[in-house]
Write a protein that binds this ligand. Sequence first.
Ligand code: ATP
Ligand code: MG
Ligand code: MG
Length: 651
Amino acid sequence: PADPNANFKQGWLRGVYNEKPVKDVHTRFPPEPNGYLHIGHAKAITVNFGFAKAYGGKCNLRFDDTNPAKEEERYFTSIKEMVSWLGFSPAKITYSSDNFDELYRLAEELIKKDKAYVCHCTAEEVNKGRGGAEHGPRSVCKHWSRPTEESLEEFRAMRDGKYEAGEAVLRMKQYLGTKPEEYAIAEEDSAEVKKSKKELKTLAENPAMWDVSAYRIKKENYHHRTGDKWRIYPTYEFTHCLCDSFEGITHSLCTVEFETLRPAYNWLLEALDHKIPGSEEKGPMQREYGRLNVEGTILSKRRIQMLVEGATIGSKAATDDAEELADAVDEVKLAEAGDDNPVENAAAAKTTGGTGRTIPPVVRDWDDPRLFTLVAIRRRGVPPGALKKFVLDLGVTKAGADTKLHILDASIRTYLERTVPRLLLVLDPIKVIIDNVPDDFVEELEVPFDPKDAAKGTHKIPFTKTIYIDRDDFREVDNPDFFRLAPGKSVGLLYVPHPLFCESFTKGPDGRVAEIRAKYGEDQPAGKARIHWVGESAAHKTPVRAEARIFNPLFKNPRPNELDWKNGGYYDNINPESEIVYPNAMIESGFHEIKQKAPWPKEEGEAEGTTGNYSVRFQGLRTAFFCLDKEATDDKIILNRIVSLKEDTGK
Ligand code: ATP
Ligand code: MG
Ligand code: MG
């Protein structure tokens, strides 16, 4: 059998291991608990947990909870749930905030080593000091050279409430003070000197090394775990590497936007003796893999929030964003190349006009099956194994994995084809009465749950006088190219031995076909195709009535991120067919059995029994793959289409 860890034992991931081939591999998945996880995070989770597993190590779930204003309990709960849904169990659940005391102590230590200083410049002044076309050469501010005792005093004053947010920050003394002269290469320099100057140049010219913030004062500073103990909070740049070190992380795997931050990561660890310069022997080693991007998905928290809650185009968001901008500049958030780039968001919001246009919600919640949050993907019915397989099949390397939606669908489809049981389901039923059989006619047919997998066994379905077929499989007017049911034509029924012949039909008051009269038997003319159907028998508790929801892309534009989000243009692009509801769908009696057996087959992680409806999945023969919606009950069955059977069937 194939090694389940094969993906981790080769290629880029193998290389990362080989750079630090320790026995006790320890990784972490470090989400900020400021939103629901999305499909991109499935990669981060799979990579971190999978890597540890493949090398016999362990992986922590770390809540990177250093931004009090944005954290909410529901995100913690949901993140934990999603990790376990994907089949992973953290060795430990940790919180960056558990280290606030130690982090504070280390910040003071850094000041004492003259490697950090309290700065009172405005965001604009800080930006100016960092140089650039507008500002000229880089320069340090007057606070850079203040005595360490003074910085220490001011840092404590920051902690004790002397300053308001924005009036003081603790900055790391990295390479902002390095002058170009110091690394200008002279002809007479030895090869060794040239090399070290080159290295210095790289460091000095990296914006992540321009004395970025370590601590800042937060206006909204009530923290869910530490309460009102702190007014100052450590930045990502100060927190992440140290928490990695505290937890004994060996391989700190993150996405490529963090590559330019790697020198800063190492700088701080080295400054505090948590790492040996130029060596990976002690302390954590950061390595970066490419982000997962699926075209056509909206992943930005802000945008999903607009879809979930509706939006008023105008002032409030703009104010929020302005605050975020200050923060963003302050922290030199170079890393946020992702969808929630605060600098970009804020810049965009600044230009937002206050039109006051009110836009209603577009989706039912954060787990609406048309979204690509992990809760939405689970609700739609995608098995966790399919998602992991998708991530690994794309490959884990430094290169970004940019893929199209239909690739994701194809991958899910392939997975489901091999795993889930098959049932007969009619989306939009038309009643068919078979005239040439007695009223109490019932033929029990023994049919397989999966014709390609005998191990799944069989179940019995009733073939009866009244059956239901799909409206799509009937034409009022026959056509030689049409191989299914039409007046004067026969069709085969799946699993049923003989053909069904249509004699006539009647229409209802709505002008739609209401009832078909037919004949059945070996004496009927043969049909050219076989269609799905559902019988009617109280004894077999069939048909099972259901509402079936078919999902299509939420936007007409295949690249919805390019729509005009700030002025509401996105709303005008909503696909009116993004959700098509079939209120009268019918399922055969086997549904009762698969519901009872679910999760069947069992997915890794689904054993805990926390999955409920999410794991009741099946293939409706000739229709689509379906999953029971989380809101379905025994009295009201609701089905979500996980994915179509073929690309673009429109069903
Ligand atoms: P977003 O801004 O897209 O909501 P984030 O980067 O703020 O996501 P975090 O909670 O900070 O989310 O991320 C946790 C981990 O998941 C980080 O290591 C991050 O690099 C990783 N991650 C986030 N998005 C992706 C993605 N699209 N592909 C792969 N990994 C990702
Ligand atoms: Mg983030
Ligand atoms: Mg991000």
